[in-house]
Design a protein around this ligand. Structure first.
Ligand SMILES: *Cc1c(COP(=O)(O)O)cnc(C)c1O
Length: 434
């Protein structure tokens, strides 16, 4: 499979190049030349297949031309060492729980897949130069990527995060690991971290001296595997006799997760429509209302993994629908919620159903409560475990949120990070000096 850039000013690349480069030379995002429609029989039998079996079929549609089936199946099965179950919250509203992986958030799926795919390419080449993964995080990306790559030979990971803007629980999941993981505490906001990473990839001297790759949600190896669990959700709903009128609601920040869902839809997944649920960062919501995309500085919220002022995957959504606002709005609607509404939603849901939402999932649940039609069944993506936002959630629901064992283990570790200013020359010279 060849990959083209959304900016269309650079030649097509192979899967390996797309994964290693992350971002295209013209600053566009890579898109697969072809999105294969899965056969009808696949959807007829899907409810009798396991999550891993489904994922192997979906992976083969994307990566089957580039990786032998046996190797690909192993990468997929290693990635999915945990389930992504669908849990009923109330009549017609279900939670697709994506927090059963090592760092208790959905990004484990893409990060684990990317680490294994990159390792596969390095081994195939008999690679001699160390590969440096640069990743900007507003919270959960850093921990998922760091843990996905932890101890993987030949790869060093640098996690850039905004000082004081990620929760202590999130921070400990990528600052305590050691080994091949280095955390960098940037004096700025998430958009500064993202800018530093993007500038590094564009810097000629850096790229001559170091092999650099991105693990942000723009990387095809991270965002495409997220399609796996949309198919699994459909399979489990079909098994439960609830496959008609499905609406999938995705709490969104950089829009990688929902883009993977839209790819699944293009592959034939029978979903009626999607909702992108935002916190107060309402750039995409405004685009849907007006047809005008105006990025702005991100604002801080209690759903901080969605504090994004210029969602990087927006270019992919535009590309997928030929820049047609009409086509996009016929399939995707939006919602935006203030912190007060998110708190209220966590409280009300807990009181009326006993289900504990995290602040991100709360946006998704709320958008279904507000927008679901009578004949529809809604599934929201519960993107992180509520214990990752313990204080916020406990305050909202007036009850205790127990900390799962894997999270407690991280919190015992010793924090180590490198403080740096948000200016690119400083970051560059520090990288070159290592
Ligand atoms: C990253 C993240 C999101 C946003 O996902 P995007 O793919 O960036 O839209 C939502 N919730 C949680 C918990 C996250 O970590």
């Amino acid at each position: 499979m060849k990959y083209y850039s959304t900016n269309l000013h650079t030649p097509d690349v192979t899967l390996e190049e797309a994964v290693v480069k992350g971002l295209a030379a013209d600053r566009g995002l890579f898109m697969p030349r072809e999105i294969k429609r899965l056969p009808d029989e696949f959807f007829e039998n899907i409810d009798r297949m396991s999550f891993q079996e489904i994922a192997c079929e979906v992976a083969a549609a994307f990566f089957g031309d580039d990786i032998p089936r046996e190797d690909l199946d192993r990468i997929v099965c290693d990635t999915l060492s945990f389930d992504c179950p669908v849990v009923k919250v109330e009549d017609n509203i279900y939670s697709l729980e994506l927090f059963h992986g090592p760092t208790l958030a959905f990004k484990d799926v893409g990060a684990r897949f990317m680490a294994r795919l990159l390792q596969y390419f390095i081994r195939k080449k008999g690679g001699d130069r160390e590969v440096n993964v640069l990743v900007a995080t507003s919270g959960d990306t850093g921990s998922a990527v760091a843990n996905g790559f932890l101890g993987v030979d030949g790869i060093h990971v640098y996690v850039l995060y905004p000082k004081g803007k990620v929760s202590p629980i999130q921070e400990c999941q990528f600052t305590t690991l050691g080994q091949n993981i280095t955390a960098i505490e940037v004096d700025g906001v998430f958009d500064d971290c993202q800018r530093l990473v993007k500038s590094a990839f564009m810097d000629e001297e850096l790229n001559e001296r170091l092999v650099l790759t991105s693990a942000n949600s723009i990387n095809v190896a991270r965002f495409l595997p997220q399609a796996f669990y949309y198919f699994n959700a459909y399979a489990r709903m079909k098994g439960a006799g609830k496959k008609d009128g499905l609406v999938i609601c995705v709490p969104s920040g950089n829009f990688g997760n929902i883009t993977a869902g839209l790819f699944a839809h293009r592959m034939g997944l029978p979903v009626k429509r999607f909702i992108a649920a935002n916190n107060a960062n309402d750039i995409f919501f405004n685009y849907l209302q007006t047809g005008v995309y105006s990025p702005k500085a991100s604002v801080q919220t209690i759903a901080n993994a969605m504090d994004v002022g210029d969602p990087s995957n927006f270019a992919r959504i535009l590309d997928l629908y030929g820049n047609s606002h009409e086509r996009i709005t016929s399939l995707v609607s939006g919602a935006t919620y203030s912190d007060a509404q998110i708190r209220e939603t966590m409280r009300d849901c807990y009181r009326s159903t006993g289900y504990t939402l995290d602040p991100h999932g709360a946006c998704g649940y709320r958008a279904l409560k507000d927008g679901l039609l009578p004949a529809e069944t809604g599934i929201f993506l519960e993107t992180a475990h509520p214990a990752k936002f313990k204080e916020t959630v406990e305050e909202a629901i007036s009850d205790e949120v127990p900390i799962p064992a894997p999270l407690a283990a991280f919190m015992k570790g010793e924090k180590r990070s490198i403080p740096l200013p948000s200016t690119f020359p400083d970051f560059k010279s520090w990288l070159l000096g290592r």
